[in-house]
Design a protein around this ligand. Structure first.
Ligand SMILES: Nc1nc2c(ncn2[C@@H]2O[C@H](COP(=O)(O)OP(=O)(O)OP(=O)(O)O)[C@@H](O)[C@H]2O)c(=O)[nH]1
Ligand SMILES: [Mg+2]
Length: 331
């Protein structure tokens, strides 16, 4: 089970602006002194921890970051402008390593904590700086300092936000494979999933969450029957459960739902305090939409947010992602 999210990114700070070589030219001052200004500083690359972010998934889409260079110096002793720093927000808890050596560079464990990973180059001195009693008209200026270029490994220990629970064969792993980057084993028999699988779900840029697909739970699970219960500790700290009910199974959905919840309660009553969204799965197998609507009504009457999906056809999947994200933001 992979609990670590990783990304390798390439960063480059801004180089310094070059110093300027210039001589004062004004009416009535025939031989003005050197007045080339200094170059501006290049932008730093600064990472800032943000507790509202939970994964490194965005860095699979954008891997190269470059800060702007400082402006060159100008005449009349005017310095070039400093470039603004490039601020990159990362999830709280992100570790930074040198990609080549593995050396730990920083650990941003606090919200708003920052780490300057690459410093912008200093601006070069303009020729005014080189004036002295011997050389009153220096024809030299400094170039700006070079940028820093690095490959950095980002690492984040994933905290599971959402647990997918339900009876064996309910379609939990199929759902995970539909909504996330994870490729769990899927098969038409119970207990296909033997250990939890984690996946990262991207809602949109800067909005993603972590889901765990659990082995199926069955009657007697709290006494150790089946597999699921011993993994429940992995989702004890998650904020939300998606509770899958397979409606291609003709037995009473609400009774099955209550049965699983009873197992949760017997294992640890606190698990029932967690927010659950009821997910009626495999709706492509049921032509009778009235029946589905009836089920939804039944669960809503019990006070549960209820969605109907087909991981096979994709129906209801978008809504499931958005609703889950909204509920997470609220909890
Ligand atoms: N028709 C249909 N079949 C589905 C759907 N989702 C899953 N299945 C099928 O249901 C069977 C079980 O799917 P899994 O995703 O392995 O179920 P699971 O809940 O992870 O099962 P365990 O890991 O054994 O607990 C597979 O044959 C899937 O292809 C769906 O939306 N529609
Ligand atoms: Mg499974």
């Amino acid at each position: 089970m992979k609990f670590i999210d990783e990304a390798i990114i390439h960063i480059e700070s801004g180089s310094g602006g070059a110093g300027s070589i210039n001589f004062r030219r004004q009416k009535f001052i025939p031989r003005g002194g050197p007045d080339g200004g200094d170059g501006g500083k290049g932008g730093d690359i600064i990472f800032v921890a943000d507790h509202s972010l939970s994964t490194l998934l965005d860095f699979q889409y954008k891997k190269n970051f470059k800060a702007r260079s400082g402006d060159p110096g100008q005449r009349q002793l005017k310095s070039g402008s400093d470039a603004t720093d490039l601020i990159i927000r990362v999830p709280q808890g992100t570790l930074f390593r040198d990609q080549k050596t593995g050396e730990l560079l920083a650990d941003l464990s606090q919200h708003e904590q920052s780490f300057t990973a690459a410093k912008g180059g200093r601006g070069g001195k303009g020729n005014h700086f080189f004036k002295n009693s011997i050389n009153q008209a220096p024809r030299k200026a400094q170039p700006g300092e070079r940028s820093q270029i690095k490959d950095i490994l980002l690492e984040l220990k994933l905290l599971c936000d959402v647990g997918i629970i339900g009876l064996p064969n309910a379609g939990k792993s199929t759902l995970l494979s539909r909504i996330s980057n994870s490729k769990p084993k899927i098969a038409n028999y119970p207990f296909t999933t033997l250990t939890p699988n984690l996946g990262v779900v991207r809602v949109e840029e800067k909005k993603s969450f972590v889901v765990a697909d659990m082995p199926g739970l069955i009657l007697g699970a709290h006494q150790g029957i089946g597999l699921g219960i011993k993994f429940l500790k992995h989702i004890e700290r998650s904020k939300l459960f998606l509770h899958l009910i397979d409606i291609s199974d003709s037995s009473d959905p609400l009774a099955r739902f209550k049965q699983i919840n009873e197992e949760l309660r017997l294992y640890n009553p606190r698990l029932l305090k967690k927010n659950q969204i009821v997910i009626l799965s495999k709706i492509d197998t049921l032509q009778n939409t009235k029946k589905i609507i009836g089920y939804i009504k039944q669960f809503k009457e019990q006070g549960f947010k209820t969605l109907a999906i087909s991981a096979a056809s994709g129906e209801g999947i978008k809504e499931l992602i958005y609703t889950t994200h909204e509920e997470l933001a609220r909890s």
